[in-house]
Design a protein around this ligand. Structure first.
Ligand SMILES: [Zn+2]
Length: 313
């Protein structure tokens, strides 16, 4: 085994995926219970607003602005008392809150756009999309964890939004991140791609599945690949990760070495699953595949796994 750290690129592959460009200083060691009111008292405070899986964006010239001043957020029905503190950037504190006004009732100058479209259409810069991932994941966790998992009592926000406290039994609950393994199974000449029934016609991607409790990343990669495609894996290596706010996952991208090539597809999970030659994959990446096959967009970690294998024989 060789020590690979000092041979690795200075900008790791995770820096190039969608939702990964967050530059907010989270100041995790300074999250007091007064962190949110203190931040809101700062006139420079800006608030990111979401509701129902959509980001609220202000039209600003030809582009979009993702941050609202406190008064603007309150005018959109945001419950600032339930806001969470994302951290600080060069302009001041950055918070996030759930908007109260429905997307259908917004003024002309504000659009509510689903997270996936925000990143696939490149509507915001990398740092804003990264902040959106942090905000969306954390607010979704709060929405889904209002009651104590131990005693059932209503819980309260603490530590700027990084904790919920149960006043009845004293339990403390912390935000969760659900790890998902996404893996490209390869040989030196071919890679394995599959498609779910819900994919756009022609799109193929890497296989993926949740990592289970008590499982290593590598074991999950091997198990999921065997379950979904009947392919046994030898070596598994980590490549990159991606925050994935649907609702609070972390995609962990790996390559796996195929030990057999006879596919046994899980018909409930996959509508199709097959091997693709390097030339076919390069054509799919260039959107020039003769059969109309294409791969996920460049913000997706699957795209980066596929491209990295295809371009590095
Ligand atoms: Zn409790």
């Amino acid at each position: 085994m060789t020590f690979r750290l000092f041979d690795a690129p200075e900008r790791e592959p995770s820096q190039f995926v969608g939702f990964a460009g967050n530059r907010i200083d989270r100041q995790a060691e300074k999250r007091s219970d007064a962190a949110v009111p203190l931040a809101l008292a700062d006139p420079a405070a800006r608030i990111l607003l979401v509701r129902g899986g959509r980001s609220y964006l202000k039209l600003n010239g030809g582009g979009f602005d993702t941050y609202f001043a406190r008064e603007e957020a309150e005018a959109l029905g945001a419950g600032v008392a339930e806001a969470i503190l994302l951290g600080v950037d060069e302009h001041g504190p950055v918070l996030a809150a759930t908007a109260g006004v429905d997307p259908e009732q917004l003024p002309e100058t504000i659009k509510a756009i689903d997270y996936r479209s925000v990143y696939t259409q490149g509507l915001l810069g990398p740092s804003e999309i990264g902040a959106l991932a942090q905000a969306a994941s954390l607010l979704a966790w709060h929405a889904n964890h209002q009651f104590c998992g131990r005693c059932g009592h209503k819980t309260e926000i603490r530590a700027g939004g990084y904790k919920r406290h149960c006043p009845n039994c004293g339990a403390e609950h912390f935000p969760r991140t659900d790890p998902v393994a996404i893996m490209l199974t390869v040989t030196r000449e071919k890679c394995l791609l599959g498609r779910g029934a819900h994919f756009a016609p022609g799109m193929y991607s890497a296989l993926a599945g949740f990592i289970e409790p008590g499982e290593t990343i590598e074991a999950a990669v091997r198990r999921e690949t065997l379950e979904e495609a009947g392919i046994r894996l030898g070596r598994v290596v980590y490549h990159a990760s991606q925050p994935w706010p649907f609702p609070y996952s972390l995609m962990i991208g790996c390559f796996g070495e195929a030990l057999n090539q006879d596919i046994r597809r899980d018909e409930a999970e996959l509508e199709d699953c097959r091997w693709f030659s390097r030339d076919e994959v390069l054509a799919a990446l260039a959107k020039s595949h003769a059969g109309g096959v294409f791969v996920p967009p460049s913000g997706a970690i699957a795209h980066h796994l596929i491209r990295f294998w295809a371009e590095n024989p």
